[in-house]
Design a protein around this ligand. Structure first.
Ligand code: AVI
Length: 317
């Protein structure tokens, strides 16, 4: 039972309680992104093994002009989960060559990241007017209704890959419902490839991804007064070809009881037992097509890097 009278219980407590006492054990991947986790993720994006970020950036840089031409005229750009908008400038610059006025609405849960996004875009694309929107997608996408004009919505970085296929369609359908005919979505997906490339991307030699994964336990120790011993877990990354996803786990190295004081909960975690912390789905083009179709978008065009490791897909309402 969760002690409801304690004011400091975080909103994710119930999910953690269910996930950690069930079998197999799971923890929600949103727990990764506290301040330390967000910094570790930034570090991951610069790792040699983590090809996703640089590959997507290269596709955007190479094809920005074509992408904005295909997306339509007089566009307002909205970026979901924009973070610091590190990948958006090539698209915005291409747009400023086509239209007099460009408005950019970066949307994120973190006001600090949006502050950086505003500074970056204002410095790199002075002709773009930046209007940050702080929003939590758990509360829907109603903010899209308040943005006027024909929209190009960006959802980059393979973030859609962290949703299971059903939730991905549900989330994209929610976005779709707030858009009008003619609006477009540019969606980034990581593509299915040889596991010899995929596995190291999620289990790098410097151990940054392992640290990122274990940071979830550090967070539970802090926010739920838990006593996880981080050294008693190892990071495991596996390719699951049946479900087309990378799976990330924390595997227990010795049996031990763990107490989460704020939840008044004690659990036994056995040696070899795994806590499933993340899935990262990889798509084929037909899978991306189906996902967009099921969410109400018509896939008009996709762009890839030379190796077809990453794809950017233009869906139309
Ligand atoms: C944020 N997301 C797209 C990353 C991914 O590749 O699934 C999160 C990540 N997990 C481990 N490394 C990176």
């Amino acid at each position: 039972m969760i002690a409801r009278e304690t004011a400091a219980i975080p909103s994710f407590a119930r999910e953690v309680e269910e996930g950690i006492s069930g079998f197999p054990k799971t923890l929600p991947c949103k727990l990764f992104y506290d301040a330390t986790g967000s910094e570790l993720f930034e570090e991951i994006t610069r790792l040699p093994e983590y090809y996703l970020t640089r590959t997507e950036l290269a596709i955007l840089e190479e094809h920005a002009a074509e992408m904005v031409r295909a997306a339509g005229q007089n566009l307002t750009v909205v970026e979901l989960g924009a973070g610091t908008a590190a990948k958006t400038c090539s698209l915005l610059r291409a747009l400023t060559r086509r239209q007099m006025r460009v408005s950019f609405f970066p949307v994120d849960i973190s006001p600090a990241a949006l502050g950086e996004a505003r500074e970056r875009v204002s410095a790199e694309c002075p002709n773009v007017s930046v209007r940050p929107v702080v929003a939590d997608f758990a509360e829907g996408f109603g903010f899209l209704r308040d943005i006027r004009g024909r929209k190009l919505v960006l959802y980059l970085g393979s973030s859609i890959g962290n949703f299971d296929p059903e939730s991905a369609v549900k989330m994209l359908s929610q976005v779709r419902r707030e858009l009008a005919a003619g609006d477009a979505l540019l969606l980034g997906t990581d593509m299915v490839k040889n596991p010899s490339i995929l596995v190291p991307a999620y289990d790098d030699t410097q151990g940054v991804t392992a640290e990122f994964n274990k940071n979830v336990l550090r967070r539970l120790n802090r926010d739920l007064q838990a006593d996880f011993d981080l050294d008693a877990f190892r990071h495991v990354a596996l390719w699951n070809p049946i479900r087309s996803r990378m799976e990330i786990y924390l595997e227990r190295l010795r049996t031990q009881m763990v107490t989460l004081r704020l939840l008044q909960l004690t659990v036994r975690i056995h040696v070899g037992e795994r806590i499933h912390t993340e899935n990262s789905y990889k798509y084929t083009l037909p899978m991306a097509h189906e996902m967009l179709r099921d969410a109400g978008f018509n896939l008009e065009r996709s762009w890839f890097d030379e190796c077809k490791w990453f794809g950017l897909h233009l869906g139309r309402v």
